[in-house]
Design a protein around this ligand. Structure first.
Ligand SMILES: Nc1ncnc2c1ncn2[C@@H]1O[C@H](COP(=O)(O)OP(=O)(O)OP(=O)(O)O)[C@@H](O)[C@H]1O
Ligand SMILES: [Mg+2]
Length: 366
């Protein structure tokens, strides 16, 4: 086990800056998630840590050792890729023991390690099967096993679950976490799935266009996104963004559009006052909008009228796509709400959980 440190790492491919000034301290034993859209530099960051890419500038430390000039095989890292890349002609036992055999580990030692790891992963009965005789989930377990037997200082995972169907993905997610709790190996895990990011990481690193946007624990990223990008990326369905102006009336500040007039909570009026008459963006998560008839009471100045466009019943909840003048919003409602397409209804916003973003810089104001 070891901590991992990246200092101002930059990787340029020709004209593409894939990773820009990436600085991160991963604690010993931490499970950290890199998340961001396709092409934002996640794989490049992992490959740089593994030594499969030479960084253009910056420094990478594993433990206290600067590894920029250390070849991949001497970095004591194990990487698991999306396409497990098992050797098709070898059985599970030989796939798992391959790296150990290369390193001339004694045979009986290899046997002990492989069997113990197979036990840990629940694939003890599969040791003599070839990869083509395994299901996707079992293959994924073998790929994990191959990484675990090496007892590396750091695990690197690049979207290891994306080839699995939804149900298996959820099961493997739990297994990976359980495994991490037992092995406590420092782990960097890449995904573009924000749900995987929220549920798996001690901390999440949100990336966009090669740049780190925010590093925080999952709840902090959800509750206090640093900018509009992060706010829109984390959470599903995404946060609603509404261009508005902040106006003052009778000592209160309101977020005003053509069809809405929503009161900013008292504890935030001081900050909001600095933006009076400036253009800002209001951010409201779908789960913070409810149907007014389902509420016993609500604060004055927290409602708006909207036309119900489409309702999607999901069993445990209903997603309503609603229109207020030029703005279309998504609201996540209780499943028993009796709304249907074509209705006009009143909605309540939990303004205590709403955000305001600077429209120009897209930074969070609150
Ligand atoms: N070998 C390469 N040569 C040139 N450009 C590259 C190379 N590898 C990656 N890039 C570019 O660097 C950027 C980052 O790529 P990277 O593979 O790190 O993204 P990613 O976040 O892993 O995306 P995805 O979610 O699609 O896997 C992209 O614009 C990509 O086209
Ligand atoms: Mg990638």
């Amino acid at each position: 086990m070891a901590q991992l440190r990246l200092e101002e790492v930059t990787k340029v491919f020709g004209k593409v800056v894939a990773v820009k000034n990436f600085s991160l301290d991963v604690r010993d034993g931490e499970f950290i998630i890199l998340v961001g859209p396709s092409g934002c530099g996640k794989t490049t960051t992992l490959r740089s840590i593994a030594g499969l890419e030479e960084v253009t500038s910056g420094e990478i430390y594993i433990g206290d050792r600067l590894v920029n000039d250390v070849p991949p095989k001497n970095r004591d890292i194990a990487m698991v890729f999306q396409n497990y890349a098992l050797y098709p002609h070898m059985d599970v036992y030989r796939n798992m023991s391959f790296g150990l055999r290369l390193r001339k580990v004694p045979k009986d030692e290899i046997d002990k390690i492989v069997k113990r790891t197979a036990e840990l992963l629940g694939i003890r009965e599969l040791l003599d099967r070839k990869p083509k005789e395994l299901s996707g989930g079992q293959r994924q377990r073998v790929a994990l096993g191959r990484a675990i037997v090496r007892n590396p200082k750091v695990f690197l995972f690049d979207e290891p679950l994306s080839n699995l169907d939804a149900k298996l993905r959820i099961a493997m997610r739990a297994e990976l976490l359980d495994l991490h709790q037992r092995l406590k190996t420092t782990t960097v895990y890449v995904t573009h799935d924000q749900l995987e990011a929220m549920t798996m990481g001690d901390r999440i690193v949100v990336m966009n266009e090669g740049l780190i946007q925010q590093v925080d624990d999952p709840q902090k990223v959800y509750d206090h996104p640093v900018n509009k990008y992060v706010a829109g990326f984390i959470g599903s369905p995404s946060m609603n963004f509404i261009d508005c102006a902040l106006v003052k009336k009778n000592g209160n500040v309101y977020a005003k559009t053509k069809g809405m007039n929503l009161k900013i909570p008292q504890d935030k009026t001081k900050i909001a006052e600095k933006y009076i008459n400036k253009e800002v963006t209001l951010g409201i998560r779908p789960e913070h909008i409810s149907d007014a008839t389902s509420k016993k009471s609500y604060e004055p100045g927290t409602t708006f009228k909207a036309h119900v466009w489409v309702v999607e019943p999901l069993g445990s909840e209903k997603l309503a796509h609603i229109k207020n003048e030029d703005d279309t919003l998504v609201a996540r409602l209780e499943p028993y709400v009796q709304l249907k397409s074509g209705d006009t209804a009143e909605f309540v916003v939990n303004m205590n959980l709403a955000h305001i973003f600077d429209r120009e810089t897209e930074e969070t104001i609150f």
